[in-house]
Ligand binder design. Structure first.
Ligand code: PLP
Length: 379
């Protein structure tokens, strides 16, 4: 049977979460902003419980977490929200990395049109952003650093703990934002670090529904971060993300988060075993792996070139066996080689050959033997 191997793009919603979502869509459908009846109070309570659960996993208070439509929106709020305050303090520089998702790179391109200088740090050849490279880019004009936790293409995990500590020892007023879309619910330990100021995440990457996520904005010395709102309306989510709260999506994401948190060790060990099977089966072919494959990489992700074929060719050859993705951003118009792989030193033609496999703990490891034999037959 064809297998879905694109878990870094999105994951199936847990049945338990889907049932809860249905309950909050159909039965407990109150508006969390209604103050005049029980239905509103119940909805508000359900939202508050989810907020508490998620915030406490980062050793944070619920008042520090707002719900958004996902990591893209959270990144935009974090990256644009601090500009006004920075300008007042005569600061104009943001440090980020060449391997961020477009949901960070594109807002920063836009910010550069508002007299913001953006400095892009290169990863090492294994796709990791080294703490020293971030440190070297900091100066007295820097007000924000944005560095993702794990990369969506290679799965390589950046040392955000260490990066956060170094930034604060250089200058405690510099804010540190991290896009955790690929790690949230899988490995939240580093996120307890109080030197990380802003954390973005998306529910659908950890078996929650699409269109819901969050932004943690850690208070500094008891004061809220100086985020300037970009939207205006009913004042929900501390006026930073106004609009009627999508209660079913919030509670559904909360349930998925709860399940994932309980299953984290299991997720890691099962996904690691699947990776061993993948590496064993695929290494029989001519291949090149991109990124670390030890505990500096998510155990469910493998970026690999196989048999000298382009990733597009692999996707076609494997279409009856598995659903995977290219490591690159493709528009309908033209193929663009992955900016992540080229930043790691791959040429455009090498980057074109890289396919991304990403899986979950219940993926059948034998799929990689099937993949290897289909490719062997084709070559
Ligand atoms: N950041 C990273 C690292 C991602 O992998 C993704 C999704 O692929 C996003 C941000 C955007 O998430 P969403 O589309 O849910 O807003």
């Amino acid at each position: 049977m064809k297998q879905y191997l694109d878990f870094n793009a999105t994951t199936p919603v847990f049945l338990e979460s889907a049932e809860l979502i249905k309950k909050f869509l159909v039965e407990d459908f109150g508006n969390a902003g209604s103050r005049t009846h029980q239905s509103g109070t119940d909805a508000k309570k359900a939202v508050a419980e989810t907020r508490r659960l998620i915030a406490s996993s980062m050793d944070s208070d619920e008042s520090e977490l707002i719900f958004t439509s996902g990591a893209t929106e959270s990144n935009n709020i974090a990256l644009f929200g601090l500009i006004e305050n920075a300008k007042k303090a005569n600061k104009n520089k943001v440090v980020t990395t060449l391997i961020e998702h477009k949901a960070v790179l594109d807002p920063l391109t836009e910010a550069s049109k508002q007299d913001i200088e953006v400095v892009y740090v290169k990863p090492n050849s294994d796709g990791m952003v080294e703490t020293d490279s971030i440190k070297e880019a900091l100066d007295s004009k820097t007000f924000l650093v944005s560095c993702m936790h794990a990369n969506n293409e290679t799965g390589v995990i950046n040392p955000i703990d260490e990066i956060a500590d170094e930034i604060k020892s250089f200058d405690p007023t510099i804010m540190f934002h991290t896009d955790c879309a690929q790690t949230f619910g899988k490995t939240n330990l580093s996120l307890k670090n109080q030197n990380i100021d802003l954390i973005s995440f998306s529910g659908h990457k950890f078996h929650g529904p699409k269109g819901i996520g969050g932004l943690l904005m850690r208070k500094q010395n008891g004061f809220s971060l100086p985020i300037t709102p970009r939207y205006f309306g009913g004042g929900q989510e501390r006026g930073i993300r106004p609009g009627t709260l999508p209660v079913p999506l919030i509670v559904g994401m909360g349930k998925s988060f709860e399940i994932c948190s309980k299953q984290q060790d299991d997720w890691h060990s099962k996904c690691r075993e699947i990776k061993q099977s993948a590496l064993k089966a695929l290494s029989e072919l001519d291949h090149k792996i991109y990124g670390y494959q030890d505990d500096r990489c998510l155990p469910n992700t493998l970026s690999i070139a196989l048999g000298g074929l382009t990733a597009d060719a692999l996707i076609i050859i494997l279409k009856d066996v598995a659903e995977l993705s290219t490591g690159s951003a493709c528009t309908s118009e033209a193929f663009t080689p992955s900016h992540v792989l080229t930043a790691m030193g791959a040429s455009d033609s090498e980057a074109k050959r890289v396919a991304r496999f990403s899986w979950g703990p219940d993926t059948d490891p034998n799929i990689f033997k099937d993949i290897a034999s289909v490719i062997k037959e084709t070559l």
